[in-house]
Design a protein around this ligand. Sequence first.
Ligand SMILES: [Ca+2]
Ligand SMILES: [Ca+2]
Length: 164
Amino acid sequence: MKLLAVFLLVFSMMALTSGHKRIVLQEKSFSCPCHWSQINGRCFIFVAKPMTWAKAEKNCLSMGANLASVRNIKEYRQIQGLILAAGYETRETWIGGSDAQEDRTWLWSDGSALRFTNWCPKQPDNLTRKQECLQMNYSAGKCWDDTECSAKKPSVCVKKSCPR
Ligand SMILES: [Ca+2]
Ligand SMILES: [Ca+2]
């Protein structure tokens, strides 16, 4: 009978320990809303409807997001994968870079520092002196280009993932 009591004690302690571990794991995992994809700890969504850059940013804002910033080439490839998975192949798409405030000073609309770039050869060229918004999937290289913000294109939004 004493032995049984010891067993029960040990089992309940194990249950407590594993329960604690589960809580710790949950604290470390993050979640994205339905239809958003988690990439590198942030949530992304592809918006197929063609819009101007500013309307696309406003649309992201309405979902608590901004047009996407991109931190590295791996993240860029995953964003391309998102567009591909939506059936839009490698279509030209707005992300959150712009130099509208000051020519050739590129900023991300989500306020993060623009360090990584993936410009196509000879871009950004500020052609017609009115190219202030960043489109991805440009030309054969599927890289970045500055173009007129009034062009209507699909877009990608980003927002922070929330602890579960
Ligand atoms: Ca420019
Ligand atoms: Ca250009």
